[in-house]
Design a protein around this ligand. Sequence first.
Ligand code: ATP
Ligand code: MG
Length: 436
Amino acid sequence: MFTKVKGTYDLLPKDAKKLSHIENYLKEVASLYGYQEIRVPILASSDLIHRSTGESSDIVSKETYDFIDRGDRPMTLRPEGTAPVIRAIIENKMYANYPLPLKLFYYGDMFRYERPQKGRFREFRQFGVEVVGTNSPYMDAEVITLASTIFNSLRINNYYVRLNTLGDDESRTNYRNALKEYFKDKLDSLCADCKRRYETNPLRILDCKADKDNEVLLNAPKISDYLSDNSKAEFELVKSYLDTLKIPYVIDEQLVRGLDYYTNTIFEFVLKDNTLGQSGTICAGGRYNKLTKDLDGPELGSIGFAFGLERLMEIIDERVDYSHKLFCQLIPIGLNAKINMIKLMQILRVSGFSCDMNYEANSLKGHFKSSENNNVRFILIQGDEELATHSIKIKDKIQNTEEIISEEDLMDYMIKRLRCSNKSCENCEGDCGNEN
Ligand code: ATP
Ligand code: MG
């Protein structure tokens, strides 16, 4: 009997359906933020993957599926999406033919020769975004916000955002030299991998999993002392925009990320508990301002992130109905309310909220039955009394609340509630955008 290849898995109909729903949902959220889909081949030239990711990175040194094809060409199954997407942008001259910044998302299969375990496969799926052609720190905050919106709206709140900056070229060169100097006479206390990293990319020593509690590492010089004024100022802006958007983060100067192409802002979303064992990073990304030039294109400030769909599937709360399209059921009591609510529904719909009303129902029971069938989150009710005061009774089935709000406040209310769907969130009335 044939069995599946180690590190791969079958998705039987129930799980395949779940994954398709999640993918569709991710597409929708990304498009709310102005991202467009791009699809690029799984098969790539080894040169592209090796050059972009870096020969010394874990991925290229240990994990790529490299082979020679029948035409003697070195090929690699893509281990991540950024390099193939950037290659496509450069090859198709998208930077000249489309308005900048390009805001793209992708999802699809990636391949890494890893030791399979929970949340870690050899063939796995990533969803990611790439923004190309902007240096604005607002964009750094936007991509982090997008990832956090995705997790929050899927009711994944038990994570924190690790944030750091690697600074610009000047900062990194200075820092690299300082690390070389510092580790010069301490190589004996480092693991074998780190000894190699000392030669190839000393920054990566800081990211070592084996040495992570090593005193020598903990006392190493800090990037913050080597940042240029410009890098410092930019990072301050990123942080202040995240504060404005109420996205909680923790500055972690040990964070360097595994790929060679990162510059400036880098981040990871990490689970607070160990549901995923050793694989607790659920999303990772950062700026890569030099990659387009390294791949023979023009210099374009860029930033992106990627996350694994298996890890997402693993932690997603079974109760989340990511399949539901409808947010609101409108329930009018009486003809006047019905006419008013039809107008309200149009306003909500053109503002991007999906809504429905059962035009035929002539009893409350019938309306509520439709709201069950539609599996909506919000139920909006208006009768003569509410109509007279321009108000609406609104039930939130996730937060389990019921209140009367004025028609004027409806949009605000919805936006706040959709940002935080965490029932047990104590710190917010739906507007914190995160847990607490
Ligand atoms: P890790 O430290 O867990 O190995 P990484 O730094 O190699 O992660 P990235 O290359 O930044 O990960 O990829 C981004 C995301 O892709 C990860 O946060 C994770 O969600 C997912 N991912 C990476 N490798 C795998 C894998 N082998 N199987 C499943 N998901 C993965
Ligand atoms: Mg890895």
